[in-house]
Design a protein around this ligand. Sequence first.
Ligand SMILES: [Zn+2]
Ligand SMILES: [Zn+2]
Length: 562
Amino acid sequence: MSYLLMFVTLLHLITLAILFIATMEKSWWVWDGMENSDLWYNCRFDNDTQTWLCATSKETEWLQSVQVLMVLSVVFSSVSFLVFLGQLFTMSKGGLFYFTGLCQVFAGLTAFAAALIYTLHNQEILEASQELTKGHFGYCFILAWVCVPLLLISGVMYIHLLLHPLANPKGAKKQCELCRKPAYLQCTKCRVTFYCDTDHQQADWVGIHEKVCQLLTPIRTTMPFHSLQADRDHQCAQIQHRQKELIEISRAVAQKKLFEGKYQESLPAAQLSLHCAMDVYGSHSLMLVPAYLLLAEANVGLGSLVQAEKYMCQAEWTVMKTPDCSPTVLHQLHRSQGRLYTATGNLEGALLHFANDVYHASEEYGLDNIVTCSGYFLMANVFIKQGKMDIASSLYAEVASTWHSHLTTLLKSHTQGSMTLEQSLALKCAWLLPPGITPGTEAVFSRKTEYIKIKDEAQQAEADQMLRAMMDIQESSPKQDATQNALVTHCLAMLWFLGGSADKAYVVDDSTRSAALVFSRKALQSIQLVPDHSLTVPIQNLMQLAAETAQHTTNQAEHVLV
Ligand SMILES: [Zn+2]
Ligand SMILES: [Zn+2]
């Protein structure tokens, strides 16, 4: 804790004590040292018994208001102190210092009013008791006046503490993780992440920090440097390796949130990946492009198109300066540009970008890959907006069949059983693994699995979003295509079935299972409407499988309970 924070605490305690004494003690007014009067009693020193004899003061309206104001002042100041203590010991330092400061200022103002009334109207207040001319103001009265500036000063200091990063050690300027403004809060778990207020802390926690909190500590702690050059290099390399992992994880999290439609929540993760990439690769590297694109797409989703265009320009500029970009980067760039154009209503421009997206994606992944076919899906959405339903539905058919064959392969390898967790995850996400992440030590491996899992969830979110959109469009169109319907719902059923079973660590809950069952039933209904029954058996098998696994999980749960 900084000295200033300690000083403010001490000041508050002392002021509170003085205020208490002023309110409760004798002698607001003194007559020759033998008789005095306070807010509550008139007392006289009795020489015969050597004791103070006290009687309740005669209450006038002025006396009552002084009493009330002084008590209020004590209450305000105490509440303010309790709130302050509460904030110090919980994470939410900062946001509520306003409350503490305001309470304290109020306490100062009420004390001021009380002292002022006593000063101006002491004649009326004391009239009933004694002749006024013989006496003078007592020390409690002076203390009440002393409290006024002290309370006001400490109130202002609390508010000041909130506005300026005084609670931080000198030299190290802490910045808010999200908005880069001066920070006042610290994550109590990693102790290396700071925030300007509780809102930003909460937003970052939900967005990304929860997943990377522990990863950040070794990266952001400046370790004592080794004397040997070789050791230093080793240490730097290790930190860089961790930073690269962090970039990938935060990128995957942002992507997942985007697919889920949680645009606001995706911002912290995208920002983290951008800042981290800047640290590692410098501010002009091509490695920054994916982060720029994520930020642009999040802003498109949020409707702030100007901001989105800014990020898009940064990405375009970076790509333009690099002579031979990989197709992956180009496909991502065009896809994001297409999304931005769609949002601004430039549909022709959007189509052009999506066409480029598909071209570059197919260069990297091949034509009938699920990555490439997302481009078809986006194109089809634009055609729908243009009213060209025929082109749109043929593109949707392409998307559905690509996903169908992909999911069928996955399901087959899953039901054949013998795969390990790592194999099945790798099969699902092999094409999504960035270069540089290779299995190594046990620790790296565990984080790699974690990373693949996030990637896998992102993939699932994207597929779910696309397939559902296609299903909704099918169901709302006047001439329904039962084959296409069956294909899409079968895909959804497989997707939901696989989503819960590729990894035992996934939460296998009833909703996942029942979703698989619901979609299988839908698919079965659709398939009965068409002459081609080649899908009937796979769908029935899947239904049985889903039901069995559900049964199995229930049995297991019962077993555990017994
Ligand atoms: Zn902030
Ligand atoms: Zn943390």
